[in-house]
Design a protein around this ligand. Structure first.
Ligand code: SF4
Ligand code: SF4
Length: 473
């Protein structure tokens, strides 16, 4: 796998930053009164440097320069291992093609959601048995792979899903991503008693706005039933709520955060709408405007934490913050290149076909083949998967000269492919990533990063480079 720069045999001794064989170290303004970041794009190494010291950092007698120069190759090796040394350890399963809702931005084609098939219970057990055998060969013995049932609406095939959860209780950790409208007391109790992660979707803190994007086939909003479903799991520590950010609701993100916090939601995601299908493209918010509202929402989560002592973690931002703090500790989903699709997880359609990610389920050219008829190792090597797992941020303009490219990864290949006809192009929201990384570094500079992460996140992280000189105390 090709990663990073191609090194050639130039005669340069590599003494000077940013020329010849020298290390790459670029200043990145983070809009902080005291600090500027210096970032090495290939390794994702960074340091916060007092602005008054900045010029000195690029001299070969500066301690940060010297120490980083010594360690750059090791860091590059670690980054390459992170990007290439993964095998899937999770599967996103669509147990049905059908959905009782017709959300404006859904990535699954409407005809599939309206008239599609349910995967019969026996087929689901068979498919998960095959995934289990694959995972057993490719993950450590003490590791429990993850199965996430998600959309269309998995609760439309509840009996098969619940049977599989009990059947494989010793083999997998489970999650269910649901629109919430079909979750009753009995279902909620079943899922909580088995420790299943539950994800809901809600796009606004009030009914009228929520119904602009999430609604039934006859156009009715579902806000009340979703809020009731979330109430059913109050106090459970394994649930979260996704708010898909569109041009309709971006101005309400601060209110959304207030609402989630008041409902005692522990974790939410404020995910920009994917523009893979035309419905998503119609709902696309302006990148810069959304970034502005998004950062205000993050500010608000912090105010609420300071006021109440209770966190509302915005998981998609927390992942970016972790990418900055400890690249190897992050969950490898969208914010790295190659992304997690086909590399850290696969998607299984209700017909039993394997795709690199559910985002590709509506794109038949990315169907890798049937889990029932093909060897999963072979499927992972086929062109539909290789195209996604081989998408490198270094091959994309302007990402190839972006200092924060390993904190962002230029998601999403499905979106880029649909928007531009090629995956070697950026996704729809560059500025949102720029602003998130700058915000993350400001938090670190001000000693506030922990307030935005789940408690005890640092237990799984090792400090590899801790140069107090140029970093804030
Ligand atoms: S970037 Fe797109 S294809 Fe990759 S994991 Fe995220 S949603 Fe899936
Ligand atoms: S999408 Fe933007 S922020 Fe992300 S790597 Fe590309 S240029 Fe950088």
């Amino acid at each position: 796998m090709k990663t990073g720069r191609t090194k050639t045999a130039a005669s340069s001794q590599g003494r000077w930053a940013n020329s010849g064989n020298g290390i790459e170290l670029y200043p990145v303004d983070i809009d902080h009164p005291v600090f500027t970041a210096v970032v090495s794009p290939d390794t994702a190494f960074w340091a916060l440097v007092d602005k008054s010291e900045l010029a000195g950092v690029f001299s070969d007698d500066h301690s940060l320069y010297r120490e980083y120069r010594q360690k750059a190759e090791v860091f590059e090796h670690e980054m390459n291992a992170l990007r290439s040394g993964q095998k899937p350890s999770a599967v996103y399963v669509n147990p049905t093609e059908r959905c009782n809702l017709d959300c404006s931005y859904c990535y699954i084609p409407g005809e599939m959601r309206k008239d599609g098939r349910d995967m019969p219970k026996e087929e689901l057990i068979d498919a998960l048995g095959r995934m289990k055998r694959y995972f057993r060969r490719n993950t450590p013995e003490d590791y429990k792979p993850e199965v996430i049932f998600h959309g269309s609406e998995p609760m439309l095939n509840r009996e098969a899903v619940f049977t599989a959860i009990d059947y494989f209780s010793d083999d997998f950790r489970f999650g269910v991503q649901t629109n919430g409208t079909l979750l009753d007391r009995e279902s909620a109790d079943f899922l909580m008693s088995r420790g299943v992660g539950i994800g809901f979707s809600l796009d606004a803190p009030e009914a009228l706005l929520a119904s602009r994007t999430r609604k039934t086939w006859s156009g009715d909003g579902v806000y009340d039933s979703v809020v009731q479903a979330i109430e059913l799991v109050k106090g459970y520590d394994r649930y979260s709520v996704i708010c898909t950010v569109t041009k309709e609701n971006m101005a309400a993100l601060v209110d959304m955060v207030d609402f989630f916090h008041a409902m005692e939601v522990p974790v939410c995601m404020l995910n920009p709408v994917r523009c893979t299908r035309v419905g998503g493209r119609m709902m696309k918010p302006d990148d810069a405007a959304m970034a502005n509202y998004y950062l205000k929402a993050l500010d608000r989560t912090h105010e609420l934490y300071r006021e109440t002592g209770r966190k509302l973690v915005v998981a998609n931002f927390a992942n970016i913050l972790l990418a900055v703090l400890a690249p190897t500790a992050r969950k490898l989903m969208c914010d790295i290149s190659p992304c997690g699709g086909g590399r850290c997880f696969v998607a299984l359609s209700a017909k039993g076909d394997l795709f690199p990610c559910s985002e590709f389920v509506g794109l038949p050219e990315f169907n890798g083949g049937s889990v029932f008829h093909e060897d999963i190792d072979d499927v992972l090597e086929k062109a539909p998967f290789r195209k996604v797992t081989g998408r490198m941020v270094e091959d994309i303009e302007p990402c190839n000269r972006c200092a924060i490219r390993h904190f962002c990864g230029s998601p999403c290949p499905a979106e880029a492919y649909s928007l531009h006809g090629t995956m070697q192009s950026p996704g729809a929201f560059c500025e949102l990533y720029e602003e998130q990384v700058r915000y993350a570094m400001r938090l670190i500079a001000d000693g506030k990063a922990d307030d935005f992460l789940e408690d005890n996140w640092e237990n799984s992280v090792e400090t590899v480079f801790d140069l107090a000189l140029s970093s804030p105390a």
